[in-house]
Every structure is written in structure tokens, then in C-alpha cells.
Design a protein around this ligand. Structure first.
Ligand code: GTP
Ligand code: MG
Length: 341
């Protein structure tokens, strides 16, 4: 996690309202742990921890069936634990605008190292955000993933996040050779960069979801700057076919996206997911360039970038649905050394 330096001038704090001071003090109280839950002995605590449930809140928000599955507990036991956790967890819920602003201050921006793209995004790709990159095959989604993975390892004062990268590869398109080329393009040591990119191949959607859960555990020891899922939707699309499967597909995708967003928040990291468009130009109705995933994905992503190819090997990226930036477009190129203006 990036350490941010606090301003020296503490005297500005005198305006903090009283109720907020009380809230701050409450947060300093020793936090309850899962061992404090009635009925949770050392063995159960161990199971919960192994499944990645460190905090009461993480337990409180689970369904009995999911917790039972993930922590290998009986469903009745899981249910009891959840009910206790709900009572004891600091559910939080409402925070002041000031606290939110403070959290926003921790947000870092990962530079694409391409001026036109950074300008479009007012400086770069924000952490604590989930960015969806969508476009047709060959539009350059995987190239963006590779480039940002390289950039993420760069120092913060050079537009990087000085962070490691976790790359979930569902289509077997991660290429270390490409990382080497792009690292050289920025004068970085390719071996050092490769060392900081942790790649897992996901064989199906269930495996993909498990890998995202695994990140909770493995991210404890490392400073995760970025998580990439390339492609987010390919397995889901191949496995859940037809109208009848749509609801369960969207449900699973939703759960997966929530896990990913949580990882972005907890690690102050950027989550980048790629997605194909429904390239069916013969479709009678509906936009043939609509991303797969529907509303679930549209609502989960903080930013969406729509990529397309243009003449002369150029690429166009369009910013769609950003909460605080105007929609717009930029042009760049994919070269041997990586993305360039
Ligand atoms: P799908 O995963 O199939 O949906 O496509 P995608 O959007 O991920 O496309 P990808 O990022 O794989 O883009 C592939 C394109 O990037 C190629 O058609 C090339 O134009 C370009 N590209 C990839 N590698 C290189 C390279 O080493 N040099 C150059 N100049 N271009 C490259
Ligand atoms: Mg790809």
C-alpha cells in the first residue's frame, strides 16, 4: 500500500466537528476478532481464517450457504456464526463526507505513459476503481492490460504505483515476451518487472472466482497495485448459454465483481477487467457494439473504456459512463515497445 505523507500543519484540524472526533475515537477501540464470536473455537477460527475470513464484517455479510461452502462448516454452524457476527461487527454503513474525502485522497493514479490516454482520464487510471476495457477482438484490450501491468511496477513519482500486479488470464493470452518488450520500451529491467507480475490461468468461471478469492489471502504479503482479469466474461459467456442461464450467470458475475471491487478498496489498487462486445452486425436490434455482461457489469465499473481500431494501425479509446469526467475520445498506437501517442 502506498504510504501517503500527512500535511505537517496539524492546526488546520481544529475545525473537526465534535461528533466526528467521537467517531474517530471509537475507531481506535480494540477491534473484535472472529475468536470473540460465541461458539467459535480455535479449530473453527482456523477454518475461517484459512478461507480468508479475518474480520467480523467479512463474516457478517456472507450467506450461510456460501460461508459453509467456503470455510467447510456445517450450514447451521455457519448461520449461527453469521448471526453473531452481524451483532458484533462494526457494520459502519454511513460515513461522513469528510471521511469519504479523506479516503479519496488516498487514491493514486496509474499513468498509461501515453499523454492522450492520461489526458482523457484526467491523469491516469485511479486506484479503488474498477475499470472495464471493452472492444472487439484485436482492438487492443490485452495490450492495455500488459502495458498497465508494466507501468504499475514503476515508482509513484514516475506515474506508476510501485506495486505488484495480479493477472488472471482466462484466454491464455498473457505473454511474458510482450512484458519484456514493453519494459525495455520504458527503460525498465524486464526481469524485475516480470518478477512482480503474478499470473494465474483460470480454466473456467468457477476457477476464476476462486482465484479472485485467493487474492484476498495472497495479497497480504505483497503490495498489490493492480489486478487484471483478462477476460472477465469469456468463461461466463461460454458456460452459461441461453436465456434460461442468464439469471444465474449475472448472479455469479455480480458476486465476482463485488469480490474484485472489494480487493480494489482494501488494497488501494486498480482493478482492470476486459470484456468483448457482442459483435453481431446482423442483429436485427440492439447495438452490435454493446459490451457483454449487461447491467451488472455496467453498474459495477467505475470507468469504461471502449476501444476500436482506426486507420493506419491507430486505436481509439472512448471514455464511457465516468462518474466525474466528461465522455471523450483519444487516439494512440500499439507499437513494438508498447502503447504510444
Ligand atoms: P481479443 O482478446 O481477441 O478480444 O483481442 P484484444 O482486444 O485483447 O486484442 P489484443 O490486445 O490482443 O490486440 C492485438 C493487436 O495488438 C494485434 O492485432 C496488433 O495490432 C497489436 N499488437 C500486439 N502485439 C504487438 C507487437 O508486438 N507490435 C505491434 N506493433 N503491435 C502489436
Ligand atoms: Mg485479449
Amino acid at each position: 500500500m502506498a504510504t501517503k505523507t500527512k500535511p505537517e500543519n496539524e492546526s488546520k484540524k481544529e475545525e473537526v466537528p465534535e461528533e466526528q472526533v467521537i467517531m474517530m475515537e471509537e475507531q481506535i477501540e480494540p477491534e473484535l476478532t472472529i475468536e470473540d464470536l460465541p461458539g467459535v473455537g480455535p479449530a473453527t477460527a482456523e477454518k475461517l481464517r484459512e478461507a480468508g475470513f479475518e474480520e467480523l464484517l467479512a463474516v457478517a455479510v456472507m450467506s450461510a450457504q456460501d460461508l459453509a461452502d467456503q470455510a467447510e462448516l456445517g450450514e447451521a454452524v455457519a448461520n449461527k456464526i453469521i448471526q453473531s457476527a452481524k451483532k458484533m461487527a462494526n457494520i459502519g454503513g454511513f460515513v461522513s463526507g469528510t471521511a469519504l474525502l479523506e479516503r479519496r485522497r488516498e487514491v493514486l493514479k496509474l499513468s498509461s505513459q501515453v499523454q492522450s490516454i492520461d489526458d482523457l482520464l484526467a491523469g491516469g487510471f485511479e486506484t479503488q476503481a474498477l475499470v472495464e476495457v471493452y472492444g472487439e477482438f484485436g482492438s487492443g484490450k490485452t495490450q492495455i492490460g500488459h502495458q498497465l501491468a508494466v507501468n504499475c511496477t514503476m515508482p509513484i513519482d514516475q506515474g506508476g504505483l510501485d506495486g505488484d500486479v495480479i493477472y488472471i488470464d482466462t484466454e491464455d493470452t498473457f505473454r511474458p515476451e510482450r512484458i519484456i518488450q514493453m519494459s525495455r520500451g520504458h527503460g525498465l529491467d524486464p526481469d524485475a518487472v516480470l518478477e512482480r507480475i503474478h499470473v494465474a490461468r483460470a480454466y473456467n468461471s468457477a476457477h476464476q472466482m476462486l482465484l479472485a478469492e485467493e487474492i484476498k489471502r495472497m495479497s497480504r504479503g505483497i503490495n498489490v497495485g493492480m489486478i487484471i482479469v483478462d477476460s472477465l466474461t469469456s468463461h461466463f459467456r461460454a458456460e452459461f448459454v441461453g436465456r434460461g442461464m442468464l439469471a444465474s450467470r449475472q448472479q455469479k458475475l455480480n458476486r465476482h465483481l463485488k469480490d474484485l471491487k472489494q480487493l480494489a478498496d482494501v488494497n488501494n489498487a486498480l482493478v482492470l477487467v476486459t470484456n468483448q462486445v457482442q459483435s453481431k452486425p446482423d442483429a436485427m436490434w440492439g447495438d452490435p457494439t454493446k459490451p457483454i455482461g449487461g447491467h451488472v457489469l455496467a453498474h459495477a465499473s467505475t470507468f469504461r473504456l471502449y476501444l476500436r481500431k482506426a486507420k493506419g494501425g491507430r486505436r481509439i479509446a472512448r471514455l464511457v459512463d465516468s462518474p466525474n469526467l466528461p465522455d471523450g475520445e483519444c487516439i494512440y498506437q500499439v507499437c513494438e515497445e508498447g502503447l504510444r501517442d
